[in-house]
Design a protein around this ligand. Structure first.
Ligand code: ZN
Ligand code: ZN
Length: 189
């Protein structure tokens, strides 16, 4: 079983961020029998129809569908799109990410995870935040819902403050749910 990381590039999806997500997700989800692989990048040019010039943002659902399309082409179990484009959805100023368990696909945006977006400077912070959002959206793919524990990675991030406050792991309750839906590898042999 394979989780594919799909870079959907406007200007640049940082290589070191992709590698950090691959490492972290790879280590965690190997417990469930998944391997993680970085898929060759695709451009946002294919998604120009999803661009809203008034907002200077893209509609997130089409990025999710792009990830799902690549999942089908590559024949992988799960696709996680990673884009530097700024995404929104109806009724929301922006979104950090979006997931659909029926499509076994998700998307995260790095645009508002960058410290520079908040006029901050911190080298490791983008990686930490990207890992949290990747874990969060993959949790949704595997059937987890939002968690009331503000330290749990499945807690909803209304702003970057929530993202920074929460940890990069599923809480006990969420982990138990995940184990029930995916089956923990250690339990077999
Ligand atoms: Zn969520
Ligand atoms: Zn939780």
């Amino acid at each position: 079983m394979k989780i594919g990381l799909v870079p959907i590039v406007a200007k640049e999806v940082d290589e070191d961020v992709l590698n950090a997500i691959e490492d972290y997700i790879g280590r965690f989800y190997s417990n469930f029998g998944f391997e993680v692989e970085i898929i060759p990048k695709t451009s946002v040019e294919d998604l120009s129809f999803a661009y809203n010039s008034v907002r200077d943002q893209f509609l997130g659902r089409f990025f999710l569908m792009k990830a799902a399309e690549i999942r089908g082409i590559k024949g992988i179990s799960v696709a996680l799109g990673i884009t530097d484009a700024d995404l929104y959805e109806k009724g929301m100023n922006f979104i950090f990410g979006l997931a659909n368990p029926y499509l076994s696909s998700a998307i995260i945006s790095l645009a508002r995870l960058r410290p520079e977006f908040y006029s901050e400077e911190n080298e490791g912070l983008l990686k930490d935040r990207a890992i949290k959002e990747a874990m969060h959206e993959l949790g949704h793919v595997f059937g987890l819902e939002h968690c009331s524990n503000p330290r749990c990675v499945m807690h909803f991030s209304n702003s970057i403050i929530d993202t920074d406050y929460k940890g990069n792991a599923y809480c006990k309750t969420c982990l138990e749910k995940l184990k029930r839906s995916l089956g923990w590898k250690d339990d077999r042999d």
